[in-house]
Design a protein around this ligand. Structure first.
Ligand code: PMP
Length: 437
């Protein structure tokens, strides 16, 4: 494999003795692709260096948050200043308001929001609020979408689960997920049938509109339009999980992308994470005032958090949001991401490797399939052993992509044209290792 993985291997051994699988989140392990995870020593801009001092062009960016690259000077300065002022107070701060204002300014569907510390917490709380507000129990989620690891959402989810082949997690009682209907992504007929049968009992439909947990799959415009209509008609809330896509695919997130194609389109609730914390533990959920005021202390739906709205995390998130709101930011990011995707596609074509790819803003995905898949089962038809080979061939050439074929990739504003060029060159060489047939 790579030149020298000694120090990574050493650390992996130590980690495995104490930390299950040697990692604190399953996707970090190289279970799907084999080999030793790289232990990160430090990161800067578009790169990180592993424990051997080997440099990689980073297309994970902490799984999405690092849209400005690592250690952006303004973000760093804001965090350093905040640290001096105090780590955590358990009392409100002005910065929480500033961050909330910044988020609400860009998302017309969000009149009020609550800050939490992880996407899991945000999605879980959004579901509770949807149930509390509607007085209904049933929820709809889609196969291949991941909304964190709260019990009721851990039903045939994508991400780490798919690797280990579990339809759901052990430790989740059947009673807890009995209210969760799992439907096929992009299947209008199935969605209509679900509403025809359960419409009056549905609290919400939760969706990754541009799904990043089954690599990169867009909900079709007709599907999204129908989902919006059915939710409105039956009094169910449409919850957009934008933990990954929020401030990543564009300043207005995935909802902004659909609003361009479906006049007047807005979700009822939005779940945010990743970019809004700029790499610190911060997430949020928000929606219309009347709905959000059902939360404690105003309303009957309980939700709380010791570290919610943490002063260091909000400083990091706020500085990040201020940078990405600069004119032209997303245009430049999207152009770069498109160049990468086009370059990879051309390289695959020249090597005779079946390949399809898509991107939006600074998020991309590719498949070793001739056509873009529309749902989870199509995604899983990808050639996993070939992906493993490609992953390692890229890693050996200093390009770090997600170690699983069902994960999206992320480009940051710190990636330069030369990084993209080197990546495409590495892919050209790597595709040669996938001899067709
Ligand atoms: N929703 C989506 C769409 C996600 O991608 C993720 C994490 N990858 C989550 C929720 C959960 O977020 P966290 O890992 O911060 O709990």
């Amino acid at each position: 494999m790579t030149q020298s993985t000694d120090r990574n291997s050493e650390l992996f051994e130590r980690a495995r003795a104490l930390i299950p699988g040697g990692v604190n989140s399953p996707v970090r392990a190289f279970r799907a692709v084999g080999g030793t995870p790289r232990f990160v020593q430090r990161a800067e801009g578009a790169y990180f260096w592993d424990a051997n001092g080997t440099k990689y062009i980073d297309y994970i960016g902490s799984w999405g948050p690092m849209i400005l690259g690592h250690g952006h000077p303004r973000v760093l300065e804001a965090v350093q200043r905040a640290v001096q002022e105090g780590f955590s107070f358990g009392a409100p701060t002005e910065r929480e308001i500033e961050l909330a204002e910044e988020v609400a300014k860009h998302l017309p569907s969000v009149e009020m929001l609550r800050l939490v510390s992880s996407g899991t917490e945000a999605a879980m709380s959004a579901i509770r609020l949807a149930r509390g507000a509607t007085g209904r129990n049933r929820i709809v989620k889609f196969e291949g979408c991941y909304h964190g690891h709260a019990d009721s959402l851990l039903v045939k989810a994508g991400s780490g689960l798919a690797t280990f082949g579990h339809p759901t997690s052990a430790g989740v009682p059947a009673e807890v997920v009995q209210h969760t209907l799992v439907l096929e992504y992009n299947n209008i007929a199935q969605l209509e049938e679900a509403f025809a049968t359960h419409g009056g009992d549905l609290a919400c439909v939760i969706i990754e509109a541009i799904a990043g947990n089954m690599n990169f799959v867009r909900a079709s415009v007709p599907f999204m339009k129908r989902a919006r209509e059915l939710c409105t008609q039956h009094g169910a809330l449409l919850v957009f999980d934008e933990v990954m896509t929020g401030f990543r695919v564009g300043l207005r997130g995935a909802q902004g992308v659909y609003a361009q194609q479906i006049p007047g389109f807005v979700p009822d609730m939005t779940v945010l994470g990743k970019v809004i914390g700029g790499g610190m533990p911060l997430a949020a959920f928000g929606g219309p005032r009347a709905l959000m005021e059902k939360l404690a202390p105003l309303g009957p739906v309980y939700q709380a958090g010791t570290l919610s709205g943490n002063p260091v995390a909000t400083a990091c998130g706020l500085a990040t949001l201020q940078e990405i709101a600069q004119p032209g930011f997303y245009e430049a990011l999207a152009r770069k991401t498109r160049t990468l995707v086009d370059g990879l596609s051309a390289a695959a074509k020249d090597a005779g490797v079946p390949f399809s790819a898509d991107c939006e803003g600074g998020m991309f995905g590719f498949f070793l399939l001739p056509q873009l898949p529309q749902n989870y089962s199509q995604v899983m038809k990808s050639d996993a052993p070939a992906f493993g080979k490609l992953f390692h061939a890229l890693l050996d050439r200093g390009v770090y992509i997600a170690p699983a074929l069902y994960e999206a990739g992320f480009v940051s504003s710190a990636h330069g044209d030369e990084d993209i060029r080197l990546t495409v060159q590495a892919a050209r060489d790597a595709f040669q290792t996938l001899s067709p047939g």
